[in-house]
Write a protein that binds this ligand. Structure first.
Ligand code: AMP
Length: 124
């Protein structure tokens, strides 16, 4: 899948759309999700043009990969989640229910989050 430069996170990176920024460095930007699913719900995105986890893990440089993961940890610490705990996840592709085609990591926290998923059976 080719990267679409008109996706909403590309527009945020270019400053064409506003975001509620919580952190930025040379590799990553983090901002609050517009539709939060937990008391803290932040998105951490790489500054490079990557569609998904598949694209990122295949094509990003070691520095870009390290930068994104360090940013996730830094965001959690800055928001005070490191003591109480938190969850991070990246929806990928159709089965992952990825809606925005710019790779992003969700960071959730601020309350007990329950189990990861309800059990899902394979479709036959
Ligand atoms: P995903 O299903 O993993 O692709 O999640 C996309 C997330 O982006 C959703 O949680 C949306 O609420 C969030 N989102 C979409 N547009 C914006 C925006 N302009 N600012 C902040 N979050 C957004």
């Amino acid at each position: 899948m080719a990267y679409d430069r008109d996706n909403v996170f590309a527009k945020i990176l270019r400053g064409e759309l506003k975001c509620d920024k919580v952190y930025e460095d040379e590799h990553a930007l983090a901002f609050r999700d517009i539709n939060p699913l937990a008391p803290v719900h932040v998105l951490v995105i790489p500054k490079g043009e990557f569609v998904s986890m598949d694209d990122f893990s295949t094509n990003a440089s070691p520095e870009q990969i390290a930068g994104l993961f360090r940013a996730v940890g830094e965001v959690a610490r800055r928001l005070g989640l490191d003591g109480s705990g938190y969850r991070f996840l990246a929806n990928t592709g159709a089965h992952g229910h990825q809606e925005v085609a710019h790779f992003h990591v969700h960071v959730f926290g601020g309350a007990p989050l329950g189990r990861m998923l309800s059990k899902i059976e394979a479709k036959t």
